[in-house]
Design a protein around this ligand. Structure first.
Ligand code: PEP
Ligand code: MG
Length: 756
């Protein structure tokens, strides 16, 4: 193709024409009522960007052809619109120009559209959504039709299914006597599509049939912009519709049931953000009176302080405040403010307004079109009835119900819906990676089971000692000066630990559990200075004080010098197992050499528990082959391993310099959140290689925080670990990503197979 391509040409490569352009070509080919026009390609944009030269003669030719087709000349009954067309959806971020009636105007408009690729809000949107700036945009030039022509004209947005709930059937809004911008910008609150149905039933039916056809063609829910001009329907644009997490999952499942997509495609369609959005908090049941109601534009509930503009929102969010952005309506300039807010409230705008679409995509609660509020931006206050609230006052937004409340209402975590259970059960059928949870209490085990964990990959036993009645017992142990004193202390702990383990095992309902023996950072368990009066205790605390406790006398090192504590824990596990049978593995933290592991293994004589070590020191990774010979399994503790590989103390790094490193781009991601593939990952790969060479069937897991982060899960699948273990609330996302990665891998394998 050349730099310019008519809708009628049939060429519809998205990479060249952008989404809008390619879909207009497809709709024209399907014989749908699309006003004629042409697309200036993304290639032409890139050339313009390099040289400043637009494809002038091709544009001139295409305009002549358009005039011929319309039987009217530019400015003499023919006007055109010029809109952006990027290959990724960036709703409302770039400019749109309407009613252009001369050649010079078209040329200037195209230039403006191209320039708008780099406007602030587009740049910000790309940053938030990880879209590369190098993609660029095409431009669509299309004959104008007029929704404001007469009483039989209007404009609207239709979704082929409800983007909030996923329910089947046409959903959308219509504004009589207006052009499309009025709806999309949110300056007018349109009426539901039922208004169109009663005013022009024939047009409504035609629109419904087209929506159905487009959905089947694109195998996805469509967001369609249309205009009615003097009783005739025109389709101006179609694209895959943005939707809430709930809707995404429901639509994916319904489309499988309707034979439109396969379960594999359904699993690939749903995103981690969708699931995150579904697991949003909601209001606890109760009798609360909203001070205003509006449209339920994006589901979930959030509470925060009122802020009236995007800059204020950013400033407050930087200070760590939770804020609700309150605007008369939002426009693309508010995008940074919406990103910084936990929820959004607008006075104007419908369910397809800018605020609604963006928040739904971001998974944040939003109430739109709350006409009952008066916003005074000067005085920085809002009023509804007899309630007046100022900037900084707290409100709760319930985007599921479309209601807003004064103050912070009690909320609860969402649980899995039957639809999400179905989708994730399909996902489980595709994934290879095991997904376990880190859990230390029966409540967490229950939560983990409910979210689909296949076992507990890390039970941190030191957390069991945090309760006040145990703290004093463990302190007695730490402060003890002799083995005899230590034995007295642990004998008290034995009973408590046995109860703890039995309660945990009861909640497992047959799932396996990996129990980590104590990894006690001594300093966290010692009494705070100033609270101790006994001079002997003071002296002992002084003796125990460490310069660098995270690299000090912790983990297995403590057990080597004072084995009574591990002996007690192993005994407690065995006693609990007699009460409640359980599939238990025992794991040792902070190991550097097989000699340490062997020492602990001695204590395990007679136990049937599997025995393993945490891989969280660099030396353990370098000695993986040797260590593997002594154990049944490894579990990478990527929190400590990251500290060790970077020589960062996590707390100090996050408090002092990591933000600057990230802002300056010295590091791309926080390595305590996203696994550092190039450093930590390399070390893990080396360790896995030598471990499997020494013991082919050694079980390998990962239990640091990164183990539930999507990109890290994908990587860990690739380097062949057997399972990841993460916080319970991250289990659904890990299940989805593990399945998507396996499916992508299969595609890659079959591509290679068909290429060779
Ligand atoms: C780790 O180091 O990754 C780990 C899981 O242990 P903890 O976070 O308890 O040190
Ligand atoms: Mg650790």
């Amino acid at each position: 193709m050349g730099s310019v391509c008519s809708f009628k040409a049939g060429f519809h490569d998205k990479e060249q024409l952008g989404n809008k352009g390619a879909n207009l070509v497809i709709m024209t080919r399907l014989g749908l009522p699309v006003p004629p026009g042409f697309v200036i390609s993304i290639e032409a944009y890139k050339k313009w960007k390099d040289t400043g030269i637009p494809p002038e003669s091709e544009i001139r030719q295409s305009l002549s052809a358009l005039e011929e087709e319309m039987g009217r000349a530019l400015g003499k009954g023919l006007e055109v619109s010029v809109r952006s067309s990027a290959s990724v959806s960036m709703p409302g971020m770039m400019d749109t120009l309407l009613n252009i009636g001369d050649y010079a105007g078209v040329q200037a408009a195209i230039r403006r559209i191209f320039e708008s690729w780099d406007n602030l809000r587009a740049v910000e949107y790309r940053r938030l959504n990880n879209i590369p700036a190098t993609l660029g945009t095409g431009a669509v030039v299309q004959a104008m039709v007029y929704g404001n022509r007469d009483d039989n004209s209007g404009t609207g947005v239709a979704f082929s299914r409800d983007p909030s709930t996923g329910a089947r059937g046409l959903f959308g809004e219509y504004l009589a006597g207006a052009q499309g911008e009025a709806i999309v910008s949110g300056t007018h609150t349109p009426e539901p599509l039922a208004a169109l149905r009663s005013a022009m039933p024939g047009i409504f039916e035609e629109l419904a049939a087209i929506a159905d056809r487009l959905e089947r063609h694109f195998c996805d829910m469509q967001d369609i912009e249309f205009t009615v001009e003097s009783g005739k329907l025109y389709i101006l644009q179609t694209r895959s519709g943005k939707r809430s997490g709930h809707a995404a999952v429901k639509i994916a499942i319904d489309m499988v049931n309707e034979g439109i997509i396969t379960p594999e495609e359904a699993v690939m369609r749903v995103t981690t953000d969708d699931i995150r959005g579904m697991l949003h908090k909601r209001l606890k049941a109760g009798d609360y009176q909203p001070f205003v109601r509006g449209l339920n534009a994006a589901p979930g509930a959030a509470a925060g302080k009122i802020v009236f503009d995007a800059n204020g929102a950013l400033a407050m969010a930087r200070k760590g405040e939770r804020i609700i952005l309150v605007r008369p309506e939002t426009n693309p300039d508010d995008i940074r403010g919406i990103a910084a807010a936990v929820g959004v409230l607008t006075k104007r705008g419908g369910l397809t307004s800018h605020a609604a679409i963006i928040t739904r995509g971001m998974g944040k609660p939003c109430v739109c079109g709350a006409g009952g509020i008066a916003i005074d931006l000067e005085a920085r206050q809002l009023t509804a009835g007899n309630v007046t609230l100022h900037e900084g006052d707290e409100i709760t937004v319930d985007g599921t119900a479309g209601a807003v409340f004064v103050g912070v209402l009690p909320m609860e975590d969402a649980s899995m819906t039957p639809e999400l259970e179905t989708l994730l059960s399909w996902a489980d059928g595709f994934k290879r990676l095991g997904i376990r949870a880190n859990a230390d209490t029966p409540e967490m085990v229950l939560q983990a089971r409910n979210l689909g964990a296949e076992g507990i990959g890390l039970c941190r036993t030191e957390r069991m000692f945090n309760a006040p009645e145990r703290l004093s017992e463990i302190r007695d142990f730490i402060l003890a000066r002799s083995s005899a004193e230590r034995l007295v202390a642990v004998s008290h702990l034995l009973k408590l630990q046995t109860q703890d383990f039995a309660a945990l095992f009861r909640e497992l309902k047959g799932l396996p559990i990996v129990i980590r023996l104590l990894d006690l950072p001594l300093h966290e368990f010692l009494p705070a200075e100033g609270t101790v009066t006994d001079p002997r205790v003071k002296e002992r605390i002084e003796e125990l004080k460490e310069t660098n406790p995270m690299l000090g006398h912790r983990g297995v090192r403590l057990a080597i010098t004072t084995p009574e504590i591990y002996q007690m824990q192993i005994q407690a596990i065995e006693r609990a197992r007699k009460q409640v049978p359980a599939d238990v593995s025992i794991m040792v933290p902070q190991v550097i050499t097989s000699q340490e592991a062997l020492n602990v293994k001695q204590l395990l004589k007679g136990s049937k528990a599997k025995f393993g070590v945490m891989m969280e020191t660099v030396r353990a990774c370098m000695r993986a082959g040797h260590l593997a010979e002594e154990v049944d399994f490894f579990s990478f503790g990527t929190n400590d391993l990251t500290q060790a590989v970077f020589s960062f103390s996590r707390e100090d790094a996050e408090k002092k310099f990591l933000t600057t490193y990230l802002e300056m781009g010295i590091l791309r991601d926080n390595p305590f959140q996203v696994l550092d593939v190039k450093g930590v990952g390399r070390l893990m790969e080396t360790a896995i290689f030598w471990a499997r060479r020494a013991k082919k069937d050694i079980e390998i897991g990962v239990c640091g925080e990164q183990a539930g982060e999507p990109r890290s899960v994908e990587y860990l699948h690739g380097i062949g670990v057997d399972y990841v273990s993460c916080s319970p609330f991250r289990i659904p996302i890990a299940r989805l990503v593990a399945a998507q990665t396996a499916i992508k891998g299969k595609d890659r394998v079959s591509q290679v197979a068909s290429a060779t």
